[in-house]
Design a protein around this ligand. Structure first.
Ligand code: ADP
Ligand code: 5GP
Length: 186
C-alpha cells in the first residue's frame, strides 16, 4: 500500500480540524502537514504543532525561495504548505493537508497524485452555528468567513470526494474508507 497525499478542504467551521484529529487518533500511518502562517496564534495553539508562526517578512522570503508547495492569503494573512515537510513526511506516512479550496487545487497542480476531499456541512445554517459556537474569532472575522462559504462550496465539482460532516464519528469513518481506497490503488 502506498502513502497518499490528501487535501481536506471546506468552509471555515465545517469541522475539518475535528475530522482530521479523529483520523489521526485512529491511524498511526497518517500524519498532518503543519502549515506556515503569518496570523497570530489562537489560545492553546502551539508552534510547530498547529502552525509554524512566521513574520510576514520571513514568510515572503521563503515563498520567493520556492519553499512552499502552495501558498495563499486569507483574511489578511499568508498561509503556505512547506514542501520539505510534506516530502519528508510522505516517506513514512500518508499526509493530510488541511487547506482551503484554492490551496488544494494549487497543491493538485504541483502534485497531481494529491487526492482532494471536500468536507460539507449538513446545511449552511448548521455551519454558521458551528462557526459561532467555536468562539475563536471576532464577530468581524466570522462575517468574513461566512462570506466565503458560497465560493468554497462552488468548487465542489473539482474535488475527488465530498464528505458530509453530519456526525464526527460517521464522517471520520468515511474519510478513513476514502484513505484506504486510495492507498490500495495501484
Ligand atoms: P474547521 O477546522 O473546519 O474550521 P472545526 O473542526 O474547528 O472546523 O469545527 C468547528 C466547530 O464545530 C467546533 O466547535 C467543533 O467542535 C464543531 N463540530 C465539528 N464537527 C461537528 C459535528 N459533526 N457536529 C457538531 N459540531 C461539530
Ligand atoms: P485558520 O486561520 O482558521 O486556521 O485558517 C484560515 C484558512 O486558511 C482556512 O480556510 C484554512 O484551510 C486555510 N489554510 C490553512 N493552512 C493553509 C495552507 O497551508 N495553505 C492554504 N492555501 N490555506 C491554508
Amino acid at each position: 500500500m502506498k502513502n497518499v497525499l490528501m487535501a481536506i478542504s471546506g468552509p471555515s467551521g465545517v469541522g475539518k480540524g475535528t475530522l482530521v484529529k479523529a483520523l489521526l487518533g485512529k491511524r498511526a500511518d497518517v500524519t498532518v502537514s503543519v502549515s506556515c502562517t503569518t496570523r497570530e496564534p489562537r489560545p492553546g495553539e502551539r508552534e510547530g504543532k498547529d502552525y509554524f508562526f512566521l513574520t510576514k517578512e520571513e514568510f515572503l522570503r521563503r515563498a520567493k525561495e520556492g519553499e512552499f508547495l502552495e501558498y495563499d492569503e486569507h483574511f489578511g494573512n499568508y498561509y503556505g504548505t512547506p514542501k520539505s515537510f510534506v516530502r519528508e513526511a510522505l516517506k513514512e506516512k500518508s499526509v493530510i493537508l488541511e487547506i482551503d479550496v484554492v490551496g488544494a487545487l494549487n497543491a493538485k497542480k504541483a502534485f497531481p497524485e494529491c487526492v482532494l476531499v471536500m468536507v460539507l456541512p449538513p446545511s449552511v445554517e448548521e455551519l454558521k452555528k458551528r462557526l459561532e459556537g467555536r468562539h475563536s474569532e471576532t464577530e468581524e472575522e466570522i462575517k468574513t468567513r461566512l462570506a466565503r462559504i458560497d465560493y468554497e462550496l462552488s468548487k465542489r465539482e473539482l474535488y475527488d470526494y465530498a464528505v458530509v460532516n453530519d456526525t464526527p464519528e460517521r464522517a471520520a469513518a468515511e474519510l478513513e474508507e476514502i484513505l484506504d481506497a486510495e492507498k490500495n490503488k495501484a
